[in-house]
Design a protein around this ligand. Structure first.
Ligand code: BT5
Length: 264
């Protein structure tokens, strides 16, 4: 089958109806990490909304330096934002980005996509993508990884057992250019919503959440606990009701596992 055209910057710019995000677009066939390239550009003064997109990453990463498999066919992109609001509230952008990707997928492809705290995109119980926020000084880089037109055979076997892709679900490759444009458009709306109506934004996240109301086990440095995921605060912390009371969990430190409700 013919593969989709590459995410060439000129092709992406055509028909991209955004005001800020994607006004400056950089496409690379292969980079180590689009977040790193975006950071370099941000340090050099790249404007807010600059997008870096690559067909392949040789050293894509997730949180806590975890490796992120980035074979060709996926969407690997990073956006430079320069929010005027306090840095303590920047973590909201991870929710904005998750909501943007999920809503764009739903609208474009009719596939209901879920979110898992803090930054996972989930389809049919498997990881479809993720968001990586990296802040420095006056800017934040919002990295988005989405397994779009990637076959499971392109992943290492241990990963293939727990991830999925849009192509895998649909049985055919998606229009990656069109989907990327929709994601950038929704990301711009969600970015605006962080300021204008953060409660509505979090509500959009909550309705897609597979975390809230579930019994979870928090794994990570100094934060291990078990309980029911009760809510997410405005700064992105997860509130877990444990046997000994409420615990506030910061995203950067931990992983979350679903846990059976034994012993409750
Ligand atoms: C994330 O981290 O989910 C954030 C991933 C962000 C990737 C984007 S791609 C563009 C930009 N440039 C970068 O270098 N990064 C961003 P985390 O929650 O830490 O999840 C990492 C874990 O997900 C790994 O330890 C694997 O178990 C799993 N994983 C790795 N590659 C995957 C993939 N392609 N799809 C689904 N799961 C994957």
């Amino acid at each position: 089958m013919t593969r989709q055209p590459v995410l060439d910057a000129a092709i992406l710019a055509q028909g991209l109806h955004t005001q800020i995000i994607g006004k400056s677009l950089h496409y690379f066939r292969r980079v180590e990490s689009t977040n790193d390239t975006a950071k370099t550009l941000a340090e050099q003064g790249a404007p807010e909304g600059t997008v870096v997109v690559a067909s392949e990453q040789s050293a894509g990463r997730g949180r806590l330096g975890r490796p992120w498999a980035s074979p060709p066919g996926g969407l690997w992109l990073s956006v430079i934002l320069r929010p005027s609001w306090p840095a303590a509230e920047w973590p909201r952008l991870a929710f904005a980005a998750s909501v943007a990707v999920a809503s764009a997928i739903e609208r474009s492809l009719g596939i209901p996509t879920q979110v898992k705290w803090p930054n996972d995109l989930v389809l049919d119980g498997r990881k479809l993508g993720g968001v990586l926020l990296e802040a420095a000084g006056s800017y934040v880089v919002v990295g988005i990884g989405l397994n779009a037109n990637v076959r499971l055979s392109a992943f290492p076997p241990d990963l293939a057992a727990v991830v999925t892709s849009l192509e895998e679900r649909l049985g055919y490759p998606v229009d990656l250019v069109g989907l990327t444009q929709e994601i950038l458009r929704d990301l711009e709306h969600a970015y605006q919503a962080v300021l204008d109506d953060p409660h509505a934004l979090m509500e959009q996240w909550r309705v897609r959440s597979i975390t809230l109301g579930r019994h979870v086990r928090v794994v990570g440095a100094g934060a291990a606990c078990e309980g029911v995921a009760e809510s997410v605060d405005a700064d992105g912390t997860l509130v877990v009701r444990t046997k000994t009371g409420l615990r506030r969990i910061v995203a950067s430190d931990v992983s979350l596992r679903e846990s059976p409700e034994v012993g409750r």
